[in-house]
Design a protein around this ligand. Structure first.
Ligand code: ADP
Ligand code: ASP
Ligand code: MG
Length: 819
């Protein structure tokens, strides 16, 4: 005997119902089959909703019309499938059920209230209708189903909306069928009877439980739960795109997973099956060729130690605290006793070892009642101020990790909480199941999906997504996109998925949750999905998509954008920037950005602010963090000045060298922007701040290369015309220095709390004396690196190396730290 249960989507329309009967027919060739079915998808919601709305005064007919039309449509679509005359018969049944619905709603309307028994009876109509149709399809194919009435065969007691089967009586009632010969038995799911003819419910999603009850009552060899996904996944596939179906689980794991929110199985399903050792298979009715998941005794342990993760939403946390609680015997059991009596189930508890605080999670719908119940239970102690008033926290969710393997494997809890810390998710309470099969963290509901995805990535090594919002598609931005396009496969193979989720230039912006192809992302800016640039929308989008690692990437030199980093981090995005403006503005702003980054636990990365792709900031931070003391930093920090000074040393005239540098693209369009030293001053300022010096931009002493009267010549051409006036003076200076074994370099210096920029004569054995041709170099003289300084040298400008530096910052946000 095999039980086969089909959920709402699996019987969602006429074609799907036919597929169900085909699957049943195939199975029934080999063994007896009990088909358990849910209501047509959406119908139970309609029925429940109707009772509430009509109780609140709404009209009856829209609900009854909808109920009738959904089912009549299915019957109409079965035209040619059913036997002659059966369609009319079925339409008659639907008419009768609709009339019953109407009468019940009229009662509710009169009472202005929907009593539980009325809700139960109304709710049963969905399964009664779907099963009536399925029975006719089966008959048309020559099967003779025995249609059972659950109110007679599934006897259950307790809360009429969440009744519990009395298995002894159930087995008794099923005895004739268990021992009978019918090939096909058909049982509507979800509802039961109280033994006195009244209809009661097994709780929402309860058809799974009906199936397990039938399996236990029939001594079935297998209980199949056919649904709309490929089995039990490592996490809800709707929330975690990389979740995968697991091939088998133990009964205990399946129970724990469903208890903590894996909706694929009703949490009570496993119990009756486990008691009789009946394996439960979860399979996809849309892909019956797939193996599905088998829940059984002796399931092979998960190679990951952990079987799956769940997220249970809509919970509240009740805090029971009080200075006198330690002295009160049995606080926890009294609390549960009181909740239990009120029919409220505690989903999770966590008790501080001091016994001064107990936290209890209950479903949101039970929250307000639970507060009243607990306040009452501890009334006496509250009066004596030994126990405080119950405090309720709302807007929470429970994230759980489940696996038999956790008992024997150390480190699961570490991985779990580390994953949450990595993405700055605050943990409100923690609980570990007494069987060590699950660990749960109570977190803010709005963090739920991000946390679930990231924890899933950490446990199962599934790809980790970095969602980039790239601002600026000039030189650096474009190269960045090229590099991402070229590296993508390699990165994916290493577990990091880099997505271009947003792109913008000064005029337009495109946001795309699936990610744009980096090779064509720029084109999107002139395409139909382009919209005006709006940072608030980026933040909104990142929040709505529940992105785990959204990164704002600034490849512009735009001041306005730089001033918004604080807001961007505040909205939960990391910031990676090649733009120096934010770090080189007021020290108040510099401090504020770091404060927000710390507070929001977002990263603010700007390695390319100094020396482009060279690891300058990183090195300096490491030196400072390891307690080294910086004595002096000297650097050639401008590619154009490096080129220029090199040429002067080789004997070129100043006016020629500047023109050459401009022609080779080493300088800005107006070379005075480089010669003024302002850009180097910004870099020196940033480096000074990294060493801990609190300094304002105007405190950097800047001496430009050229005298004022030359710098202030009108336009670029006039400037070039005036330049030769300096040729002789510079040539003489170079010659003089050479004779003294020195050369001239444009150097940024930080020493004794001061920062300066200007021309310096350096000895030939100075590390900066050989820096020319566009190279950059920095010499860090520190307590540890003394008397020879640590030197970093290489090309420190250009779109390619800058983009590589930006990419390296981006990849450092991945879990693997870019290693
Ligand atoms: P049915 O109508 O067949 O009973 P349900 O909607 O009740 O189907 O349950 C199936 C749904 O459960 C899936 O579509 C999926 O979104 C959700 N689900 C949640 N957690 C899991 C999980 N761990 N594995 C598979 N499905 C899950
Ligand atoms: N139809 C019921 C519900 O939607 C039972 C079920 O589908 O399992 O809750
Ligand atoms: Mg279900």
């Amino acid at each position: 005997m095999r039980v086969m249960k089909f959920g709402g989507t699996s019987v969602g329309d006429a074609a799907r119902m036919r597929r169900v009967i085909e699957l049943i027919e195939a199975a029934a060739r080999h063994e007896r089959v009990c088909l358990v079915a849910s209501a047509v998808t959406g119908v139970t919601n309609l029925l429940v909703d109707a009772t509430q709305r009509v109780a609140a005064g709404e009209d009856v007919s829209p609900f009854t019309d909808r109920f009738r039309s959904v089912h009549e449509q299915i019957v109409a679509d079965l035209d040619g499938v059913l036997r002659a005359g059966d369609s009319d018969l079925l339409l008659g049944v639907i008419q009768t059920l609709t009339r019953e619905f109407e009468r019940l709603l009229q009662g509710v309307s009169l009472l202005r209230e929907a009593p539980p028994l009325a809700i139960a009876r109304v709710s049963s109509l969905g399964e009664r209708a779907s099963c009536a149709i399925l029975a006719e399809i089966a008959r048309a194919r020559g099967l003779e189903p025995l249609l059972l009435d659950p109110s007679e065969y599934v006897i259950a007691t307790g809360d009429p909306l969440e009744a519990v089967p009395d298995m002894e009586r159930v087995r008794e009632r099923w005895a004739p069928i268990r021992n009978g010969r019918e090939r096909l038995i058909l049982l509507p799911g979800f509802f039961a009877g109280d033994g006195d003819g009244r209809i009661v419910l097994l709780g929402r999603g309860g058809s799974d439980w009906s199936a397990a009850i039938a399996a236990a009552a029939l001594d079935a060899a297998l209980c199949e739960i056919w649904t709309d996904v490929d089995g039990i996944y490592s996490a809800d596939p709707r929330l975690v795109p990389d979740a995968f179906p697991v091939s088998e689980t133990s009964f205990e794991e399946a129970m724990e997973l469903s208890y903590f929110g894996a909706k694929v199985l009703h949490p009570k399903t496993i119990q009756p099956a486990r008691e009789r050792g009946i394996p439960v298979a979860v399979r996809n009715s849309f892909a019956p060729e797939k193996p599905g998941t088998l829940v059984k005794n002796g399931a092979a342990p998960s190679p990951h130690g952990v079987r799956g993760l769940t997220l249970l939403r809509d919970v509240v946390l009740l805090n029971l605290t009080g200075s006198g609680m330690a002295g009160i015997p049995g606080v926890a059991s009294r609390a549960f006793g009181a909740l239990g009596e009120a029919g409220i189930s505690a989903i999770l508890i966590s008790q501080a070892s001091s016994e001064c605080a107990i936290s209890i999670c209950v479903a949101r719908k039970d929250g307000a009642r639970a507060v009243i119940v607990l306040d009452k239970a501890f009334e006496a102690e509250r009066r004596l101020t030994r126990v405080d008033d119950i405090e309720m926290r709302t807007g929470l969710a429970i994230l759980s990790v489940v696996g038999d393997g956790m008992r024997t494997r150390v480190g699961s809890a570490g991985t779990f909480f580390d994953a949450l810390a990595q993405i700055a998710v605050n943990v409100v309470a923690i609980a570990q199941g007494s069987n060590e099969r699950s660990i749960s963290a109570v977190i803010q509901e709005h963090d739920g999906e991000r946390a679930l995805r990231h924890a899933h990535h950490r446990f199962f090594g599934t790809p980790e997504a970095l969602d980039l919002f790239v601002f600026g598609v000039g030189g650096v931005g474009t190269k960045l996109l090229h590099q991402i396009a070229a590296q993508r496969e390699r990165l994916r193979a290493r577990g990091v998925e880099v997505r271009i989720t947003g792109i913008a230039n000064s005029k337009a912006m495109v946001l795309d949750e699936k990610g744009l192809d980096p090779s064509f992302a720029r084109d999107a800016l002139t395409g139909p999905s382009a919209r005006p640039v709006n940072l608030a929308q980026v933040a909104e989008f990142a929040a709505k998509q529940k992105l785990v690692t959204p990164v704002f990437v600034d490849c512009t030199a735009n001041a306005e954008l730089a001033l918004r980093y604080g807001t961007v981090m505040d909205a939960g995005l990391h910031v990676v920037t090649a733009n120096k403006i934010a770090n080189s503005s007021s020290s108040a702003m510099y401090r504020e950005l770091r404060r927000i980054a710390r507070h929001k636990q977002r990263r603010f990365l700007y390695e390319t602010n100094v020396g482009a792709g060279l690891p300058v900031i990183w090195t300096l931070q490491k030196l400072v963090n390891t307690g080294d003391r910086v004595v002096r930093i000297e650097g050639v920090l401008s590619g154009s000045m490096s080129y220029l000074m090199g040429r002067l040393e080789e004997g070129a005239l100043m006016s020629h060298a500047v023109r050459e540098a401009k022609e080779k693209g080493f300088t800005e369009p107006d070379p005075r922007d480089d010669l003024s030293g302002r850009d180097v001053a910004r870099k020196v300022l940033i480096l000074a701040r990294e060493t801990g010096i609190d300094i304002e931009p105007e405190q950097v002493v800047v001496e430009g290369v050229l005298p004022r009267e030359i710098m202030e010549q009108g336009d670029v051409e006039e400037f070039f015309d005036a330049l030769p006036k300096l040729d002789a003076e510079f040539a003489a200076r170079m010659k003089d220095l050479k004779s003294k074994g020195q050369t001239l370099r444009f150097v940024g210096t930080i020493e004794e709390g001061r920062a300066s920029v200007g021309l310096r004569a350096v000895d030939v054995d100075h590390p900066l004396s050989s820096i020319k041709g566009g190279e950059n170099a920095l010499a860090f003289l520190t307590e540890h690196y003394s008397p020879r300084p640590m030197v970093i040298r290489g090309y420190g400008a250009g779109a390619e190396v800058t983009a590589a530096g930006v990419l390296s910052d981006i990849l450092s946000l991945a879990d693997w730290g870019g290693a």
